[in-house]
Design a protein around this ligand. Sequence first.
Ligand SMILES: [Zn+2]
Length: 215
Amino acid sequence: MKLDFHVHTNKSIDSIIKPKELAAKAKKLGIIPAITDHNTIDAHGVLLDLGIPFIRGEEIRTDRGDLIGLYLNECIPKYTPFGEAIDSIHAQGGLAYLPHMYDRTRKGVIPSKKETKKLDIIEIFNSRCLSSSYNNQAQKFATQNSKLPACGSDSHFLFEFGSTYNEVPGFELDDPKALLQSLKKAVLITKSAPFFVRGTTTMVAVTKKLLKIKS
Ligand SMILES: [Zn+2]
């Protein structure tokens, strides 16, 4: 089973991925995406209608930076305090996944000891990290704190989706505990996104803002 824990759609201001096109590519490649739009879960309904398997996620901009919730039914508001956001994810039966924690250019959060204990998964490879040292540091952090490692493509464009994923033994997708068990035996397939991608994303966000495009 192949899983990508970090994928955006055009419900994020800086992504242009159409859910329909993502669904088609996911089906073709056999990769199950976690839909992790910025501060919204609006794409979940669209993906449900498209009938492909996916994990209902959100990338939450907390008061200190980014945190991903997996298996969410309700949106967690922007700027929720970081520790509170972890608790809200768990209160929904979800999993707290810390993305690009050492990437200072992209609102990574370095958690306290107490917060670290509560986190379920550490993203040790994010395809969009400009410096591989950010990923290496995250990997070291996960090992030192005995946290489950995983990778995410952080796709904002369709071409980015498919090169980075976690290959895990099959499990019941709707069961977060089963995911954690399965992830212990994961093989991480990773590939960095081309260097120009990040700047392009900023351009998309700016253009969308100027045109006041909502999706
Ligand atoms: Zn992201």
